[in-house]
Design a protein around this ligand. Structure first.
Ligand code: NAP
Length: 246
């Protein structure tokens, strides 16, 4: 049996991140759950991971905080001995048309969505380099590729993740560290559940496969990118969007 791997998943308390954590757990992987405000959700993920038979621990941390992320990464390595896989999933939206967008809305989204990825990659890669092994997957969005009215901050952050990923792939490839991005389209989560039937029908028309994606679709893409089958894949953006952006 292959050696057990350790994955750090940010925003693993709920939604897509929780699904990624559970999917990796089924692949002989222990999980460090990094999440911030909703501790009840994080506890529920932790319970599900423990029930799945892996070792899982919760670390409360704001990914936009450089020092806090360093402390958490160091603590995770103390607790688990290493970090093989980093999944940068934590993200927020604060939508507004550019004309109305406040500076604080721009700064907050960029800090969490983009600087959060930088912080984690910056602190995790020294440990991965020592082991000459690492798998980094960051969750972007098709909005980062195509733009979206009302989401200048979010689209910029998700496009930034793609530039960051490609650069990390180039800088760390020689150390056997791969870096890839997954760009989800519309995924069925609490956010999309809140849409009206009319809004959903309008959305389906944009998607050749004619339906919303599921959190499992994103988790399966991450599972592939961190697997041995993807060992020669780095610097790619894997769209998981039902063909919404072709
Ligand atoms: P979600 O349900 O809102 O979950 C986001 C997670 O990120 C939560 O667990 C949240 O935890 C955590 N988080 C937020 N701010 C954080 C911070 N400062 N530090 C640490 N953790 C933080 O969102 P989701 O729909 O699962 O989305 C997950 C990722 O996929 C995001 O990057 C999102 O942009 C991307 N995505 C989603 C869709 C979609 O259709 N849902 C489409 C494209 C891309 P707390 O609230 O407890 O802080």
């Amino acid at each position: 049996m292959a050696e057990k791997r350790i994955a750090l998943v940010t925003g693993a308390g709920r939604g897509i991140g929780a699904e990624i954590a559970l999917t990796l757990a089924a692949e002989n992987t222990d999980i460090a759950v990094v999440d911030y405000s909703d501790q009840a959700a994080a506890q529920a993920t932790l319970d599900a991971l423990t029930a799945a038979g892996v070792t899982a621990r919760y670390y409360r941390c704001d990914v936009s905080d450089f020092t806090a992320t360093k402390n958490v990464v160091d603590q995770i390595v103390k607790d688990f001995g290493k970090i093989d896989i980093l999944v940068n999933n934590a993200g927020i939206t604060a939508d507004n048309l550019l004309l109305r967008m406040e500076e604080a809305e721009w700064d907050r989204v960029l800090s969490i969505n983009l600087k959060g990825c930088f912080n984690m990659i910056k602190h995790v890669t020294p440990y991965m380099m020592r082991k000459r092994y690492g798998r980094i997957v960051s969750i972007s969005s098709v909005v980062g590729l195509m733009g979206n009215a009302g989401q200048a901050n979010y689209a910029a952050s998700k496009a930034g993740i793609i530039g960051l990923t490609k650069t990390v792939a180039k800088e760390f490839g020689a150390r056997n560290i791969t870096a890839n991005a997954v760009a989800p389209g519309f995924i069925k989560t609490a956010m999309t559940d809140a849409l009206t039937e009319e809004q959903k029908q309008a959305m389906y028309k944009l998607i050749p496969l004619g339906k919303l994606g599921e959190t499992k679709d994103i988790a399966n893409a991450v599972k592939f990118l961190v697997s041995e089958d993807a060992r020669y894949i780095t610097g790619v953006v894997l769209k998981v969007d039902g063909g919404m952006y072709i």
